[in-house]
Design a binder for this molecule. Structure first.
Ligand SMILES: [Zn+2]
Length: 167
């Protein structure tokens, strides 16, 4: 058996007792946060745990906490989380909230003027450390995403740094 898989399994079972317990939490938490972030009646994405080795790009780089894939034909909108964020419930919820803002941006017609306090730009700069890394993150995180994300962190009491840095 693959060593990283064993390690992943150990992390999940260590924190949750069983993979099933984690899956149940994911389902309930995605449902709860989806209603708060995207509105009532929005179908929540499915959630799955992916092995750690998929959390880095081909060229290495930062370990991701999660990712979002929009609906595509018969493929349902999906949130994937990685074992490195699964042992901390608060962090896991933060990652789910981040991915649900991607879901909101994909499906919602809610108008939201891009607006957030200047400290948020400072935090982003701090997290990414270089112009290139920041630009590449901003390519997939629009001003609209950041504005909604900032609102969500304020409404749900989520730490802004962690919200921006994980996902
Ligand atoms: Zn993201």
């Amino acid at each position: 058996m693959d060593d990283t898989l064993t390690e992943d399994h150990r992390k999940v079972v260590g924190a949750w007792g069983s993979e099933e317990a984690l899956h149940m939490f994911l389902e309930t938490e995605v449902q709860r946060l989806c209603t708060l972030i995207c509105g009532a009646g929005v179908e929540p994405p499915r959630a799955e745990v992916r092995p750690s080795f998929l959390s880095r790009g081909l060229l290495g780089g930062k370990l991701r906490g999660g990712e979002y894939e929009p609906k595509d034909g018969s493929y349902k909108a999906t949130i994937a989380v990685f074992p490195n964020v699964c042992s901390d419930r608060g962090l896991l919820s933060t990652v789910l909230a981040h991915e649900l803002v991607h879901h909101w941006e994909t499906i919602s017609e809610e108008e939201l003027p891009p607006r957030y306090p200047p400290e948020v730009d400072e935090t982003i700069k701090e997290i990414f450390g270089s112009e290139n890394a920041e630009r590449s993150w901003r390519n997939s995180h629009s001003e609209k995403f950041i504005s909604k994300g900032w609102l969500v962190t304020q409404q749900l009491g989520i730490p802004v740094h962690s919200f921006l840095a994980n996902g």
